[in-house]
Design a protein around this ligand. Structure first.
Ligand SMILES: CC(C)(COP(=O)(O)OP(=O)(O)OC[C@H]1O[C@@H](n2cnc3c(N)ncnc32)[C@H](O)[C@@H]1OP(=O)(O)O)[C@@H](O)C(=O)NCCC(=O)NCCS
Length: 156
């Protein structure tokens, strides 16, 4: 799977309206104990490890989506390498409601605010989503990129 490049100086400014019961915001350090196991349960141990790394930074480099005060999604940046975004995930029942877009644009705006000019989305599984929401373009020759040769997590 390829990596994709996002021009942070060219992000869409307009946000879509969110359903009334949803919130997307930066996670707080004390929420680590709730968020990392949730990511593990829904998306597996590898993504949970990257999320855990984000909770080791201040400010925490993980955004979360809540629906009716329950965790519905997350998005990490600076989790595997500086300037890289991902993983991002919205739990299946909450997909296609605009939460992924809001998570992605919130994390990209945070990266721009700390001085990055570009973001790299790592090992993209849904190219169309990143192209549509953030104008991302594939990086030639980036498969497997920085993930080459990683040790897979142990079988659960
Ligand atoms: C990819 C993912 C984060 C998208 O989250 P989401 O909340 O469903 O996305 P949104 O509702 O915000 O969609 C935003 C736009 O992208 C489009 N879109 C969403 N998922 C898409 C996909 N898989 N392929 C193409 N377009 C997609 C939506 O139709 C919407 O388009 P619009 O401009 O017409 O409104 C979510 O499907 C997910 O968690 N998938 C499993 C994990 C995953 O693959 N993560 C990415 C790893 S690189």
């Amino acid at each position: 799977m390829t990596d994709m490049l996002v021009k942070l100086y060219n992000l869409p400014e307009r946000r879509h309206p969110q359903p009334a019961d949803t919130v997307v915001r930066r996670a707080l350090a004390p929420e680590r104990a709730a968020v990392v196991p949730w990511v593990r349960e829904h998306f597996g141990p590898g993504w949970a490890a990257e999320c855990d790394t984000a909770f080791g930074r201040l400010p925490v480099s993980c955004f979360i989506a809540l629906a009716a005060n329950k965790l519905a999604g997350f998005c990490v940046y600076d989790g595997t390498a500086r300037g890289m975004l991902g993983p991002i995930g919205v739990a299946a029942p909450y997909q296609r409601r605009g939460l992924g877009r809001e998570l992605l644009l919130s994390a990209l705006a945070a990266m721009r605010a700390v001085g990055y000019a570009y973001a790299v989305v790592g090992w993209v599984a849904s190219e169309a989503f990143f192209r549509r929401v953030a104008g991302a373009t594939p990086i030639p020759g980036s498969d497997p990129g920085p993930y080459a040769g990683i040790i897979p997590p142990p079988a659960e």
